[in-house]
Design a protein around this ligand. Structure first.
Ligand code: NAG
Ligand code: NAG
Ligand code: NAG
Ligand code: NAG
Ligand code: NAG
Ligand code: NAG
Length: 916
């Protein structure tokens, strides 16, 4: 009794301490918000209608706070506001929405908290936007900053940090330069659907990276730069999600591409460009089409007729288009059709479109066409700078006597159909990039094909065959080389600077490293993921200005460089598909693992960013004793880093498959069993103990990490998917590792928690046999562990032979192994519905573990613990408890204990009282 009372008092004390500490951290932040809001009130000329008078700013109109009285939303649209916004706004560190559209606010737009989700500031008079405003804003979903007189600015690279971006609208916003190539499928914004950049000063082309993007609305019309946007519209044929595209008022050239994949497209505006060629039938046939504007181009062929109800503005009279007639849908003369099909493979050059008017090539003087008696006698396209292939359709011009195509960059071969032209006297294709056999023409035809280096050869030599494309890619190679060289120079500079910095700094804590100069280079020595091909990329640079670690979990790159000795090679502890993992040591000796996501010098990030956000999103939502804990992250320029607790014994795969090479002891059966149970519990938690269902998708021994006590935690949440609410099965892009992937998932992409159960079954088989999921050293029929294991399981005698030889098998062990083997077979059943839930695996395994360890109790077992707090909350609390500011990362061992082990000293009142 007395003991109990003491305990109760103790925990009450704890609660008091906790509440006290909590009030200390909350009150200053709250006060700060009040202060900032009062500054805001005084500078924006807040009108009486806002009624900003209450001492409690949370009661002010158009302000929202969270339960802790921190300001989360400021919504001041259309309030006749004037003045400028104070720089202090950045101190509202819980701000999620900032809206001030349709006012007359002026001056420089201030920095805002990295927690921001919505930024709506259109229709104001802001004159400046800081280029690094977006740095670290990984929650930002919506940006609307149209119609502001910003001084010229480029779309900043820091926007790449906004990995949650769905809407980016910056029309009439003073943007100069080119459209960056990170708005595409492989870019950092998987969810981007709305991109509006109209009426700026953009130039250059629509980047090829837009191909395959999920963008639904793309507005790039009306650029005011001298050159406007130019190049072709070819990329939009691969933007199958498009519903609306406005590209009008630019300098786009070439034909309208095939739009048959854009079955959602309803509004297309291409007017006022220099588009040429025939309007493709795929445009007329678009099922959802409602509005189409094509006026003022150089479109050719028959004037397109759209179905009833489609609004069309291609007014024939004023418009500059070069349709062959004025009557909608009326076909052109056959001669015109032939000539149009002849220039199609040449990309419908503008100079033809400008000259070829009407429906009779001989009535007007058409460029390159010479007629005699109403029939075309000569085609002369010499020295016109045209590129493309020679159309066989030339052959249908039976009256042709001369076909002159010299001095261009034509590619491909001479079509043999040309030999059938009855009146042909001369064919001149000299000085092009043609290859292949010259077909045999009638006697008397003058052939000129000199100056084609590959003529007569079967294949084009790499250089001449691809003509311009080849020289284009050469330029690219040169360009890339230059970029790499410049990058290296910058890197060297940075390294030199760092070296000097380190040199000058008094060496406080026995900085053993003398080799900072080789620190940034990375090589692939350790290959943790056996099935993932990994290319390491050198990345570096200090990024744009030091990123101050404001968010709770944000850790500055400087700290991470310091603790990993500038990402020194010796600190590498592993490589995954998406990055390199370094070991780091804090001042107090605490060890951490820093995962540096793969990122390139070039802008073509691959999966990296998605995995990064996915992993952060998952790890901040789920916490469990058997899931590796995320301690923080860092986004700086192109750098993306995740900081985890360090797992000293490394991956299970090492202990299972490489123990000899690593000089380790093989795992005992008891240990294997307890590892299996740990994993099962971690995965069970992912699947169902949280409010949401998470699916790991990549369970395998290299993603299971061990602590010094050989207890296991599941790691690598880069591929985790959140099941849509209320859906037990859903479809995703395939990801995972062969050998562990459930057959139905591999075959159809349909994903359920049972896919993880399957992988878990494979892991159990590996624990029993010590063999890898795919073992290439085995005979063909035994390579696939699951197949082999199931076969061997059928027979008692054969089963004994597959047990890992390193396991000492007595009767009791054998029974236990047998049970696990059965569970393994059950989990890896072919049909998902035949597999058990993870909780079944937990039950089976825990009953076995208890046989071995009847006395051991998991004090801090999952079920007794409050997991309501998100990780950032927990981190904030223990940081506060430790009296540490969030401005630097000084994790002490005790703080790690609280974060990791959920001991009762953890700072939640619920936990404390639950122990009373
Ligand atoms: C396209 O615009 C760029 C930049 O404004 C310019 O350098 C280039 O020459 C233009 N290309 C064409 C074909 O006009
Ligand atoms: C495009 O065409 C539609 C339909 O005729 C018309 O209502 C609209 O004003 C046009 N837009 C532009 C920018 O010309
Ligand atoms: C054009 O050529 C065709 C045969 O190719 C011939 O029948 C026709 O008379 C020619 N037209 C003129 C005006 O010479
Ligand atoms: C082709 O170009 C060469 C060199 O520029 C010139 O000498 C030759 O006359 C040109 N030929 C034709 C047919 O234009
Ligand atoms: C972090 O802050 C503590 C106390 O303010 C200080 O002693 C320590 O040196 C700082 N650590 C780093 C890495 O800046
Ligand atoms: C943290 O845990 C380690 C081992 O688990 C223990 O030795 C140490 O005393 C703990 N530190 C604190 C402050 O609880």
């Amino acid at each position: 009794m007395i003991k109990l009372e003491l305990l109760f008092r103790g925990s009450l004390n704890l609660v008091f301490v906790f509440v006290f500490v909590l009030s200390i951290i909350i009150i200053p932040a709250k006060c700060q918000d009040v202060e900032v809001m009062n500054i805001l009130k005084s500078v924006i000329n807040s009108p009486i209608t806002l009624e900003w008078t209450d001492p409690d700013v949370c009661k002010w109109r158009r302000i929202q706070c969270d339960s802790r009285k921190r300001v989360t939303a400021i919504q001041l649209g259309s309030q006749n506001l004037q003045g400028f916004l104070p720089q202090e706004l950045v101190k509202l560190t819980n701000l999620q929405r900032f809206e001030c559209q349709s006012n007359a606010l002026t001056g420089s737009f201030p920095y805002l908290s990295k927690t921001l989700q919505r930024l709506v500031i259109h229709d104001n008079k802001f004159s400046f936007i800081p280029g690094d405003l977006f740095t670290g804003m990984s929650n930002l979903q919506e940006v609307r900053m149209d119609d502001n007189p910003f001084s010229p600015w480029w779309i900043p690279n820091s926007l790449r940090d906004c990995v949650s971006l769905q809407t980016f609208s910056a029309q009439s916003a003073g943007i100069v330069g080119t459209i960056p190539n990170f708005f595409g499928r492989d870019g950092p914004f998987p969810g981007l659907v709305f991109l509006a950049l109209s009426n700026n000063f953009l130039e250059g082309v629509l980047p090829a990276s837009l191909s395959g993007s999920s963008i639904e609305t793309l507005l790039v019309n009306g650029q005011n730069s001298n050159n406007k946007l130019n190049g072709t519209l070819a990329v939009i044929q691969n933007m199958a999600s498009l519903k609306q595209i406005w590209a009008n008022g630019n300098s786009f050239t070439g034909p309208i591409p095939d739009l048959s994949r854009l079955d959602q497209l309803s509004d297309i505006n291409l007017r006022d460009n220099q588009l040429t060629g025939v309007v493709p039938p795929s445009l007329m046939n678009l099922p959802r089409l409602q509005v189409v504007n094509l006026t003022n181009n150089y479109l050719q062929g028959s004037p397109p007729m759209f179905r009833d109800g489609v609004g069309v503005d291609n007014n024939m009279d004023g418009g500059r288009n070069q349709f062959c007639t004025n009557i909608l849908g009326q076909p052109c003369s056959s001669l015109v059709n032939v000539l149009l099909s002849v220039i199609e493979p040449l990309g419908y050059p503008l100079k033809f479109a400008e000259s070829w008017q009407g429906n009779d090539p001989c009535a007007n003087k058409w460029l390159g066409i010479v007629c005699s008696n109403g029939n075309i006698s000569i085609i002369n396209f010499q020295s016109m700078g045209i590129t493309g292939t020679i159309s066989p359709t030339f052959a249908t011009l039976s009256s042709l006597t001369k076909l002159l195509l010299a001095n261009n960059t034509l590619i491909g071969t001479i079509p043999k159909q040309l030999t059938t032209m009855p009146l042909l006297q001369e064919l001149d294709v000299s000085n092009n990039h043609l290859y292949g056999r010259v077909p045999s023409f009638r006697n008397g035809v003058v052939l000129k094909f000199g100056g084609n280096p590959d003529i007569g050869k079967d294949k084009p030599s790499t250089y001449s065959s691809y003509g311009l494309e080849e020289s284009g890619s050469k330029i690219n190679v040169v360009g890339v080389t230059i970029i790499i060289l410049v990058g290296l120079v910058i890197l060297l500079g940075v390294v030199a600077l760092l070296t000097i910095k380190f040199w000058k700094r008094p060496r406080d804590n026995s900085s053993k490293s003398t080799s900072h100069h080789d620190a940034i280079m990375v090589d692939h020595k350790y290959q943790l993921d056996e099935n993932v091909v990994h290319v390491s990329v050198v990345a570096g640079g200090e990024g744009g200005g030091a990123l101050s670690p404001t968010g709770n979990m944000v850790i500055s790159i400087q700290v991470l460089r310091q603790v990993t000795h500038n990402f020194r090679e010796e600190n590498i502890i592993g490589k995954g598909g998406f990055g390199t993992v370094y070991k780091g040591e804090l001042h107090d000796g605490t060890q951490i693992a820093v995962k540096r996501m793969q990122s390139g010098i070039t802008d073509t990030d691959e999966k990296g960013p998605n995995e990064f956000t996915s992993e952060i999103a998952v790890l901040t939502k789920v916490r469990h004793k058997h899931l590796v804990a995320l301690l923080g992250y860092c986004l700086d320029g192109s750098e993306r880093l995740l900081v985890y607790e360090y797992m000293p014994q490394g991956a299970l795969s090492k202990h299972l498959f490489n123990w000899k090479e690593e000089g380790m002891k093989p795992l005992e059966w008891k240990t294997r069993l307890s590892i299996a149970l740990d994993v099962a519990r971690g995965v069970e938690y992912l699947h169902g103990l949280t409010q949401q269902i998470f699916i790991h998708r990549d369970l395998k021994p290299s993603n299971i990490l061990l602590g010094d006590d050989l207890r296991a935690k599941v790691s690598d949440f880069g591929l985790v998917r959140l099941a849509p609410e209320g859906k037990a099965s859903f479809q995703t892009r395939l990801a995972g590792t062969f050998g562990y992937m459930a057959p139905e998932y591999a075959a159809t992409g349909r994903l359920t928690t049972k896919a993880d159960v399957y992988s878990f079954g494979v892991i159990l088989m590996e624990l029993v046999t010590g063999r890898k999921a795919l073992d290439e050293s085995q005979p063909e029929e035994n390579i696939h562990l699951v197949t082999w294991f199931r076969r061997m399981l059928l027979n008692k005698d054969s089963f004994r032979t597959i047990i890992d030889r390193t396991i000492e098998v007595d009767e009791e062990t054998y029974e236990s192994i047998n049970t696990v083997a059965e569970l393994a077979g059950h989990c890896s059943a072919r049909e998902p519905y035949q597999r058990p839930d993870m909780s079944h695996a937990v039950n089976v395994l825990s009953s076995l573990v208890e046989v071995w360890k009847p006395i051991e109790q998991d004090v801090d077992d999952v079920y007794g613990i409050n997991f309501d707090m998100t990780l950032p909350e927990a981190l904030q609390r223990w940081q506060a408890f430790e009296g540490k500011s969030t401005m630097n990362l000084t994790l002490s061992p005790s703080s790690l204990n609280t974060s990791r082990d959920n001991t009762h000293s953890r700072t939640s009142p619920n936990v404390s009282s639950s122990h009373s």
